[in-house]
Design a protein around this ligand. Sequence first.
Ligand code: H2B
Length: 92
Amino acid sequence: MAQLLAESEIQNRLSQLSGWELDGKTIKSVRKFGGFPEAVAFVNKLIDPAEAAGHHPDLAISYNKVTVSLSTHDAGGLTEKDFAMATTISSL
Ligand code: H2B
């Protein structure tokens, strides 16, 4: 199972990512789009990288806004897998 990151490691990795914030045991990013179809299209783009990594974001769509949350449920908190997926998502 992936290793939980220490608080200092979490802060260090967060400082290297833009648009992500710590939210309890998750990291979260809110993305805003032109409308609902664009928001759903963005969510659809997450399918392949999530399936390839075997690591899946929690997603909430509210009209043109998508909230993406990452946490390693198996480990009970944040691991390297979350930051790797956040980096991938940020590059989409
Ligand atoms: N996604 C996330 N975000 N956290 C997990 O712990 C997790 C997952 N576990 N996707 C995976 C699937 C696991 O259940 C399978 C068996 O790999």
